[in-house]
Ligand binder design. Sequence first.
Ligand SMILES: *Cc1c(COP(=O)(O)O)cnc(C)c1O
Length: 355
Amino acid sequence: MTIVSTRPSLIDRWREHLPFEPDDPVVSLSEGATPLVFAPVISELVGTEVYFKTEGANPTGSFKDRGMTCAVSAAVRDGAKAVICASTGNTAASAAAYAARAGITCAVIVPEGKIAMGKLAQTLIHGARVVSLQGSFDEGLELVRTLVAEHPISLVNSLNEYRIEGQKTAAFELLEDLSGDLDLLCIPVGNAGNITSYWRGFREMGASPRLFGFQAAGAAPLVLGHPVEHPDTVASAIRIGKPVRGEDALTAAAESGGTIRTVSDSEILDAYKLMAAKEGMFAEPASASSVAGLLKYGADGARRVVCVLTGRGLKDPEVALSVTRDAVIPCPVEIGAMEEAVLGPPREPATAASQ
Ligand SMILES: *Cc1c(COP(=O)(O)O)cnc(C)c1O
C-alpha cells in the first residue's frame, strides 16, 4: 500500500532554502502552510488591512513545530538518541511530539508551576521526561546548556540554528500568500527566535516589511536594555527575562525600520478577549500581544499588516476561564427556566469593555 500525504512536510516544501540534503531523514507531522485569515474588526479599528497568521494551526498548536521538525530531523540524522530543551511550554510540547514521532527520548525542563495546563498535558502524553525546575526559564536554559556540553543530547531551544531555519518558512508563506505585498509584521517577542527567523526569511526572499515586536511590560529586557531577573506576565510563552536571540532581534527590528515595544497585561487580555469575541479567533495570551501592540501603537502608515498568532488559545484554558468566570448560566430541568436562561438579559460579552 502506498501512503499518500496530502500535505508535504515543511522540509520537503522548502528544502532548497533549508540545510537538508535530499536523502536526509525527515521527522514531520505535516507542519506549516498555516492559514492567513483576514481580520475585519481589527482592520476597522486600526484603519488598515490586517491579517492573522494562524500559527496555532500547526500540529501541536504553535509555530514551534516549524523549527522542531528541522531540529529533530537534524538530531536524528546526526545520530542523537535524545533531545532536550528548557521551555515555557510550547517548545516542550513540540519537542515531545517530534521526539515521539522519531522514536527518541525527550527531556524538558519547565519552570515550576509556570507552565500552561494544555502544554503540560501535551508534553506528558507524548511521553517526555518532564523536569520541573524550582527556578525560572532562564535559569533552566543555563543549566541545560551545561548539561548538553557533557552528554550526547541535542539541544532544541532556539539557540539551535535549525529552529531559526525552520521558523523562517512562515515568512516565505506570507510572501507567497500576499504576493509579496506586506508592509508591516506584528509579532510577540520572548526568547526572540521567531522575530529573528521571520527577518531571515524575508531577507532571503528580498522582502523587507517593517517588524514591530512586542514584549510584555513585566518581561521586557529588550525594551529596557538589560535582563529582567523575575519576569512576570500573564502571557507565559513570553515570560522570559534573558532572550538568547536578543541581539539578533534588535538587529532585525532596526534593519527593518521597526521597533520592539511593550504592552501591559491588561492590554494583552483586552486584545485576547476582543479577538475571541469579535473575530472568532482564540489565540493564547502571548499571541494576543501582537494585536495588543498594533491596537496600542497603530500601524504607522502601513497599508497591509500581518499579526502573528503564535499559539492556540486552548493551550492555556486557565487564562480563558479566569477572564470569563461568571459566564456559565445554571439551569434546572424545566422549560420556563431554560427559556429565561436562553432568552434572558444578555450576558456581558467577553469584550475589551468588560475587563
Ligand atoms: C515561543 C512563543 C513565543 C515567543 O517566541 P520567541 O521565538 O521565543 O520570541 C510567543 N508566543 C508563543 C505562543 C510561543 O510559544
